[in-house]
Each structure stands twice: as C-alpha cells, then as structure tokens.
Design a protein around this ligand. Structure first.
Ligand code: NAD
Length: 474
C-alpha cells in the first residue's frame, strides 16, 4: 500500500519484489501506484506544508529522533530485509541501516541548529537579517542501490528544515522504502507531511516532476534519468538537486603500501557488487608497482567469495537484477573486443540457489579512452590503466565526463596533498577506497555526476531551505 495524506491506500496494481540471491524467494508484493495516487500525495503534501512549516522545531526533532531510534533498534531485521531485496551482503546491508538511523539522529539535531544570520547594513539605523525558510513540497526520487540510506538522507533533511515530502522509491527495492515509511507513519508527523508513492518512474515520477505544487525535487539515479529530471524541473522553475553516476579513479603510485592499495581497490571496486556510484572502476597504476599490484589484486579476488547475500561467508552478493547482470556481461565482451586483457573473472556463476551471480571482472592493459573506462557499468567490473608517473596518472584520473569520487594510494605527503587539489572530483580519498563516506559532511560530485547543491551534513540546508533577506529600519 502507498501512504498518502496519513492513510494507507491500496494501489490498483502490485509488483513482486524478487530476491536476487534466490529468485524463488519473493520478498513480497508491493503497491504500484498510478498518476492519480501521485496527484493525491502531492495535494496532501501541499495542504500540510504550512502546518509543518510553523511546527515547533522540538516536534520535528522528536519525530526524527524517534525514527532514528527505531531504525537502530531494528537494524538486524531491516538489514536482512535489505540484503534480501537488493542483494548486498548482510554486513553491508546492516551497516547501511545503521547509517540511516544515524542520519535521522543527525537531522533531529539539525532541526534545532538551523540558524539565519544577522549582519550590519551599509546604511545607518538599519538591521539586515538573512532568514532560511523551507523550500516547500519536496519530491524525493531514489535509486535501488542504497534502498534505505539514500531515502533517509533526503527525507530526514527535508523534514528537519520544515518541508513536506512525497517519496518515490526505485521499483526494485520497495520493501526497505515501505519499512521506512511505516516507521515515519508512526512518528507523530501531521497527516500529509510525509507521503509514499511506489510506482513506475515514467508514470508517478513524471507526475511528480511536472506538478506545479512541488517546489523542489531531490534525485539520485542514472545520468539519463537525471538529465530528464533536471530539465523538467528547470523548465518550470522548480528547485532541483541531482546525484548521478560515476567512473571513479583510484590512483596507485609506486610508493604505495601494497596491502593498503589492494584492500582499497578490492573494497572500492567490488564490494557492494560494484553497484556504488562511488565505486573505483578505474585503477590507475604507475609502472613500477603495476605488475605486483595486478598480481596481488587478482589473488585477493580469487579468495573473495561470491554468494548468497545472507550467507555470512559471502563477501560479494549477486547483481541486483537480470537486466543489470546482462549489462555487466555485455561490458565484459565490449572490454575484450576493445583489446583489454581479462586478468580475472567476468563469467556467470551458478550457486545453490538460482540468482544473478557473476565473478567479479578485472581488466588490465586498458586505455582510458575505451568504453569500459568511460561509461558507467555499475557492476563488479574494474580496469587497470598503466601510467608512467604521478602527473600522467592525475591527467588520466581527470579525463572522464564524471567527477564524483577519486582516490590515491601513496606514502608521499607531497603527492597526497597535490592530488587533493588537482583531482576534478567532489570527493577525494587518500589511502582509502573511493566508496565509504561519513554522514555529517557534504556529499556530491562535479561534471556529469552531480547537479545543484550538496547533500548531507549541514550543507543539506542549501537545497531544503530558501533564503530571504529582511531589512528593518529602527
Ligand atoms: P535510475 O535513473 O534508473 O532510477 C532512479 C529513480 O528515478 C528511480 O526511482 C526511478 O523509478 C526514477 N525514474 C525513472 N524514470 C523517471 C522519470 N521519467 N521521472 C521521474 N523519475 C524517474 O537509476 P537506478 O538504476 O535506480 O540507480 C542506479 C544509478 O544511480 C547509477 O547510475 C548510480 O551511479 C546512481 N547513483 C548515484 C548516487 C550518487 O549519489 N551520485 C548514489 C547512488 C546511485
């Protein structure tokens, strides 16, 4: 059921949620709403917006804190549900649930901390105040790869700063979205402040984008959908924020600690089945350490178990869906046809349960201009690119249309410091995987990866509030 105006509402259609680790396991059937459901949810959010805007910041903080506390208390159950529907291994899924709980707690505090500014006027006897007011009705559109953390960091921020919300999650992961919404339905929010409409992007998503009653849309997903979201919102003057794809470089220099570099590459490129926007899909390795690095990473991959997400010995789960699996396998063929050397994996795997399993693929002897190095694959497929030296490695790292995350493994303070400045990405990691972020600091990228204000931490207020400047003659 969808949650609209404080009521659970049946949809005319439902959709099966299939476990990618075991396709004989149906996680449940979930509502697939239509344009009318979305229009009703937008109406409810619009009607509720003034009440919520003028609500006490204490009531906002209490509601968000309550949801955060419940998420953390139920982390094992919610982690298992997430692993079942998305396929990331249980430890990662539980970690994501904990992150969602922490995000709600953080924004409970932010509701209390939001402040404007008071500055002197250039004229005598005048005060100037800069006020921050809620954006209004916010549409939240999320992808399947972080089914609870991404909705959490958008919804909690929106509510903290006094906005009402219409949430449209990805079709593939309705269970986590529904569980989060069910907690929000019991958090003490006035009717209409939070609404859930599950359904097809081209139907309910487009209704959300085109509604004149929606003042802002926060989107995370692919570049192609994101471009449509940005242009539709811009054409009617709505605020928009979009976090999209990545083709993130991890630079490994000759002076790197080999163990640190291999573990950063293994985690960054392949954990989460490579289905992270911050995944290290391009491993740019200088020539002195190249062969040793490829050998060590290949060995580590051989020892990494791919299996059912709820088998605690699995380190990598299945791919999320049949179509994503096919896309990954197609890219393995594209890489071979472009002349890349497959150093490891890339094959379909069969496990005890029927699922979408593939062996992580590592290409070497690749050129940065190849499609496998320029297009987001969004699976457990990474390439090694050989570089002569640090300067060439940085040039290759930046030579891509994306700019979300980047990393460098080095023991040189000079190169680490220089890379922080020269990297054309929104996130820079030193001796760390390109994936893996804190929840209390800004998150976002550059170039085709991101559009609009940053998410997370107190920087989230740039999108979820609107500035007003007041002048008072006293
Ligand atoms: P997607 O673009 O296919 O879908 C994202 C969301 O948009 C879904 O809820 C979908 O139903 C909705 N949608 C689809 N068509 C729509 C339309 N016409 N109008 C409105 N909404 C519509 O992305 P996905 O496959 O769910 O997620 C994978 C992508 O997300 C990858 O490209 C990945 O890099 C990206 N991603 C980015 C970040 C980041 O922060 N930069 C984080 C996670 C994932």
């Amino acid at each position: 059921m969808n949650y609209i105006g404080g009521q659970w509402v049946e949809a005319s259609e439902t959709n099966s949620n299939i476990n990618p680790s075991d396709t004989s396991d149906c996680v449940g059937r979930y509502a697939h709403g239509d344009a009318q459901n979305m229009a009703d949810a937008i109406d409810a959010a619009f009607v509720a917006k003034d009440k919520w805007r003028w609500s006490s910041i204490q009531s906002r903080a209490d509601a968000l804190d309550k949801v955060g506390t419940e998420i953390l208390a139920r982390k094992d159950e919610l982690g298992e549900l997430l692993a079942r529907e998305e396929g990331k291994v249980r430890s990662e899924a539980t970690g994501e649930v904990v992150r969602a709980g922490q995000v709600f707690k953080f924004f409970a505090g932010e509701a209390l901390r939001l402040a404007g500014e008071r500055i002197a006027s250039v004229r005598e006897n005048i005060d100037v105040e800069i006020l921050r007011e809620p954006t209004g009705v916010v549409g939240v559109i999320t992808p399947w790869n972080f089914p609870i953390a991404i909705p959490a960091w958008k919804i909690a921020a929106a509510l903290a700063y006094g906005n009402t919300v219409v949430f449209k999650p990805a079709d593939l992961v309705p269970a986590s979205a529904w569980a989060l919404s069910e907690m929000l339905s019991r958090a003490g929010l006035p009717d209409g402040v939070f609404n859930l409409v599950m359904g097809r992007g081209s139907v309910v998503g487009d209704t959300l984008l085109n509604s004149p009653f929606v003042h802002g849309v926060t989107f995370t997903g692919s570049v192609s959908t994101g471009s449509h979201v940005i242009s539709t919102c811009a054409s009617r003057g709505a605020k928009v924020q979009a976090e999209m794809g990545g083709k993130n470089p991890l630079v490994v220099l000759d002076d790197a600690d080999l163990d640190v570099a291999v573990s950063a590459a293994l985690n960054g490129a392949f954990y989460g089945t490579g289905q992270r926007c911050t995944a290290s899909s391009r491993l740019i390795v200088t020539k002195g350490i190249h062969d040793e690095f490829v050998a060590a990473l290949t060995k580590a991959l051989k020892e990494t178990k791919v299996g059912h997400a709820l088998d605690d010995t699995s380190k990598i789960g299945p791919v999320v869906s049949k179509s994503q699996l096919q896309q990954n396998l197609d890219y393995v063929e594209i890489g071979k046809s472009e002349g890349a050397e497959l150093a490891f994996g890339g094959d379909l795997l069969h496990r005890e349960t029927p699922g979408f399993y593939m062996q992580p693929a590592l290409f070497c002897e690749t050129e940065n201009t190849m499609r496998i190095n320029q297009e987001e694959i969004f699976g457990p497929v990474a390439s090694v690119i050989r570089a002569d030296d640090y300067d060439e490695a940085v040039a290759i790292a930046n030579d891509v249309s994306f700019g979300l995350s980047s990393g460098i493994c080095t023991t040189s303070l000079r190169c680490a410091s220089d890379f922080k400045h020269r990297s054309a990405a929104g996130l820079v990691m030193v001796n760390l995987p390109t994936a893996g972020i804190d929840y209390h600091v800004p998150f976002g990228g550059r170039k085709a990866s991101s559009y609009g204000a940053r998410e997370q931490g107190s920087y989230a207020r740039e999108f979820y509030t609107t500035v007003k400047t007041a002048y008072v003659n006293y």
